[in-house]
Every structure is written in structure tokens, then in C-alpha cells.
Write a protein that binds this ligand. Sequence first.
Ligand code: AMP
Ligand code: MG
Length: 485
Amino acid sequence: MSFPLAWTHRFADLGPDFHTELQPTPLPDPHWVGQSHAVARDLGLGDAWMQSIEALQAFTGNAMLPGMRPLASVYSGHQFGHWAGQLGDGRAILLGELPGPSGPLEVQLKGAGLTPYSRMGDGRAVLRSSIREFLCSEAMHALGIPTSRALCVTGSPGKVRREEIETAAVVTRVAPSFIRFGHFEHFSHSGQHAQLRTLADFVIDHFYPACREAPGNPYAALLEAVSARTAEMVAQWQAVGFCHGVMNTDNMSILGLTIDYGPFQFLDAFIPSHICNHSDTGGRYAYNRQPNIAYWNLFALGQALLPLMDEQQQALYALEPYKALMPAALQRRMNDKLGLTRVEDGDADLTEALMKLLAADAVDFSIFWRRLSHAVSGDLEPVRDLFLQREAFDAWATRWQERLQSQPGFDAAATQAQMLRTNPRVVLRNHLGEVAIQRAKQGDFSEVARLQNALEHPFEEVAGQEDLADFPPAWASQIEISCSS
Ligand code: AMP
Ligand code: MG
């Protein structure tokens, strides 16, 4: 069943300084694990074709489709605060771009075999982490958070050695570009400044054209624009309780997308210093440090762009707005969660007081917001039940209700509806992923599909999905997610 696809290759056309062209390494006996019909539609891939052997083979890396031009890109980066030197796509292979609804979309296989940048790795990805990346990409998108997407996951009985022997899988990821801060660091730190400029021009021309028209240095304008997008992204992470887990500069998208899902976690209990990555012993990427780490990473990007600027001050000025933008974006998001339409004096205090209460009683983050949404025109009791310090909560709730009702034209039903569209009922908690993964390891992918379906509609109250919206079981806190993937 052939399918005429119009592959284009803007990144490939940058030339061999930026990547190595190579073929993926086949995996034995592939099978489908999951697919996103929404992403398939965006790429113009019909449902029937997505069921074909040809698609299964192509998205496992076993056979290339006409027009694909597979490559692995080179980048460097700072890992856990230290310069790590050259990294690169050690197991990701870009196939090319297909036209999407608002411009070309890159299609990339993750786990499709060795590349010149694999270093000590095997070029593979295991089933469990591939399912997590697939589900989380689609979950984040449905939450309205900028992210790479996932078209599909295929599995294979091919063995992969991690702490134990596991089986291989391939995720097909989709984004307008997978260029990272680390790509810029690579060409800057290795003194390849002509290539650095080529890359920056590429990103400006295709993704940030306004930077060319902006007064002053276009590369400083790019840094400022990337900072603004990153601020918005991180504010959204904080507001939904998302911990990325490995915010190394090579995992930071130049488009401000959430990328490289590894040991991520959605908070269960609200513990601000929560560390989701078992390998992050120092807590560098703890939930409450993410906004500052994003700034640190932007600073590293700024440093990498210095050879393109006239003076160091331009980079510092470009980074400055982040310090106000991030908290402002976060306050806007928190106000949305609280049902408050405009940010006013005192809202920061009201939010901070709430966060202290949530932290003091380690209240379940998502359940709190969902119950609070229902309480606008209903009963506060289910929210109150979540707290040990009930009087303290009552005092806060009185402040919140007064603030709600002080809004001109306040309408409880409309506010409740808005909050229910803002505070998700279902997020990809670790234990939900874990249940789906355990079933998948037995060859049953129905729970992956059920969870995917719920995550695609995270704000809807769907019957039969109550278990996905419930408190985590006791064993959830024992799950250890590390960098091993
Ligand atoms: P990460 O922090 O997981 O995004 O990966 C950091 C670097 O290690 C990137 O250059 C990856 O491509 C590379 N890497 C991670 N796992 C593997 C693997 N199994 N095989 C080859 N390279 C890998
Ligand atoms: Mg990475």
C-alpha cells in the first residue's frame, strides 16, 4: 500500500557540518504499541495506511519510504550543570519533514539504532520509556502545553540491556524542529562560528522571522524570543505540577517545546522540593527549581550566541525580561486555576498562601484543583477534607471567595466551567503509566490505549475513567524512575 508523501529536508540541507546521514538499524518482528490518530491526521497519514505493514516497518526504522533522508544531528550541552562536550542524536534519527497544518513538521525515530553520536549507548530505547514518552507527549499537548508530539510507538522482541534485560521499542516523534540549546553550544564552544551563524539564521528565518525586523542585533532578539517562549512553557509546567526531570541544555528546545521525556513526573502530593529523577541525587531539577534552571539554561544559550553579538551586554539585556516574564506568566496561570480573570494586587499573596497550605499538608495537587473548581458553585467540604489544617484552609477559602465575588459581573457557573477547563481531571501520574506498561510488557496494549484516550481529553468527566482521576495507591511512591531508558 503505497502512500505519496512529500518529504522535505530543510535541516538536512544545512549540510554535513550539522549531521551525519545514515540508515536506521532494523529491529526483528515489530508490532504496534500505540498510535496518535490526531498526529497522523496532522501529517496527512490516513488511518488505513497507518495500519499497513509499510507504516509499521517505516516507523520501526526497518525500511525507508521513498523521499526519506535519515540523519542524526550533532549537538553538545551542559548536563547537571557541567559542560559535557559533544553529545548528539545518540539514538534519534530524523527522517525528514512532512507538511503539517501550520508548516512543515519533522518526523524523528527514537531508538532506531546506533549513530556516530551514540557514545557508550546502544542506540535503543526500551518499551517502558517509549510508552511514557508517547503518552506524555500527547497528554501535554491536550493540556495546551507546548511539546513535541508522538505519532506512534512500535515494539519488538529485540533485547535491550539496562538494569535488566528488556525489549526494544521505537517512538516516532514530531515537532517543527528538534533543534536544542545544545546545538548552538556545540558550534560556539568548538569555535565553528560560521556554522553557529548559519544555524541561528536558519532558526530565525524559519521560526522567528520577527527577529530579523527587530531593532538591534537579530541574534539578541532571538535569545529574547526564546527566553519568552521558555518562560511561558515553564510557567505551564509549574501550574500543572509537571517535573521534567532532566533539564540539561541538550534537552531544551529552541522553540520552547517540552522535549525528551525521560524521568518526568506529574506531582501527586504537592511537595515543592520533589525530585522526580532517581539519578538526580542533588535535586538540581527539583520541581521548585525548574524556573531558575530554565534561566540558567538560557544563560548558557546566551553565552553560546555571544560570538554573533556586538557586545556581551546585548545577551544580558536579552535575558533580563525572563526574570519578570516567568513569574508574570505563572501568576496568570495560577489566576486561571483560581477562577480569577485578571491579575490584581494581592493575587500573588493569595496564591503563595495557598501553596504553603498545600505544601504543609502535602495535598494531592491535581485533585485539589479539580475539587476547588467544583466548589465554586458547590460545596467546599470535599476540598476542605484534603487538609489537616482545616481552620487555616477555611481562612484562605474565605479570602479566595471574597476575591472571586469581587470580580465585576462574577458568574459562578461560568467561573466553574472555566476552572474545569483549566484544572485537568486526569494527568499522567507515574502509577497510571506503570499499570499500562506492565500490561504492555505482557503483550496487552489496551491500557495504553485507554490511558491515551483519557489523556487526550484531560478536562472531561468521562464515565469509566474514575480510577484515572483518583488518588495514587500507596505503591506509587515506591516507583523509581531514573535516567535509564
Ligand atoms: P538524555 O539526557 O536521555 O536526553 O540523553 C543524553 C545523551 O545521551 C543524548 O546525546 C542521547 O542521544 C544519548 N543517549 C541516551 N541514551 C542513549 C542510548 N541508549 N544510546 C545512545 N545514545 C543515548
Ligand atoms: Mg536528550
